[in-house]
Design a binder for this molecule. Structure first.
Ligand SMILES: Nc1ncnc2c1ncn2[C@@H]1O[C@H](COP(=O)(O)OP(=O)(O)O)[C@@H](O)[C@H]1O
Ligand SMILES: [Mg+2]
Length: 247
């Protein structure tokens, strides 16, 4: 569903190699967690997937659409929550959601019902008539998450979606992510929260200095750890992560 082949991306005229020869496939119905230390290349990879950055080399296909050759087709099936969302602050929450609904062509008939449901889940109903500039960080995060859910996308790409959410919202978020994938959707997200990744993800990738240094199910990551060290049965993702990224 997301097919990344040999992708590289540098900044500063090639001085900073942010993503280095990345090959990675995420299948339909899969929650894929993308981990890595600060500066490892997670956000760059995500921006490449959603077409905000152009790769120096390699290709990315989303739902079979090459995101450079058919960007609109790829974008139409994808929603994206950036790490620091920039939203139209003068719009009210409801105006913003309707704007996103128009962009993605969400039928008017379903739209209000869906919006009501998620506003209720994220306890945002009381704020939706107010301009977004009056929202707290957590409320902004919730409104962009609702906007990402609204089109019923096949692919969701989320850059550290749990940041700023309270425990209740984070709980609902995890349920929604699971539900999205149980219905055949695909979800790619970055996080620093090892426990969330370990419990929620079908597969996990670890990126370090732009290179994918491990990728697989928890069982596969543990088997990899067992091959390197002595005892890896029941090893936590955190210890695998720490072991892999200190080298
Ligand atoms: N716009 C930019 N210009 C120059 N360097 C950048 C830019 N964005 C990111 N980088 C660098 O690219 C590397 C990867 O960054 P990023 O993808 O944001 O990592 P992560 O999301 O894993 O923290 C880092 O070394 C970072 O400093
Ligand atoms: Mg980042």
């Amino acid at each position: 569903m997301i097919d990344i082949q040999n992708v590289s991306k540098s900044y500063a005229k090639g001085k900073v190699k942010a993503v280095d020869g990345l090959t990675l496939t995420v299948r339909p119905g899969e929650i894929f967690g993308f981990l890595g230390p600060n500066g490892a290349g997670k956000t760059t990879t995500i921006k490449l997937i959603v077409g905000l950055l152009r790769p120096d080399a390699g290709t990315i296909a989303v739902a079979g659409w090459d995101n450079q050759r058919d960007p609109l087709k790829a974008k139409a099936v994808t929603t994206y929550v950036p790490d620091t969302p920039e939203i139209y602050e003068r719009l009210t929450g409801l105006e913003y959601l309707n704007f996103i609904g128009d962009v993605y062509g969400v039928p008017r008939a379903d739209r209000l019902e869906r919006i009501r449901k998620w506003l209720d889940v994220f306890e945002l109903t009381g704020a939706v008539a107010s301009p977004i500039q009056s929202y707290s960080h957590g409320m902004r995060q919730k409104i962009v998450l609702i906007a990402a859910l609204l089109p019923g996308p096949r692919v969701m790409v989320l850059d550290e979606p749990m940041v700023g959410l309270d425990a209740r919202a984070a709980h609902h978020m995890k349920e929604l992510m699971r539900d999205h994938c149980d219905r055949g959707g695909t979800l790619f997200f970055s996080t620093h929260i090892m426990e969330v990744a370990e419990r929620l993800c079908d597969r996990i990738g670890i990126i370090h200095k732009g290179r994918l240094i491990a990728c697989g199910t928890m069982a596969e990551l543990r088997a990899g750890a067992a091959a390197r060290t002595i005892d890896a049965v029941g090893t936590s993702l955190e210890s695998i992560f720490l072991e892999l990224t200190e080298r």
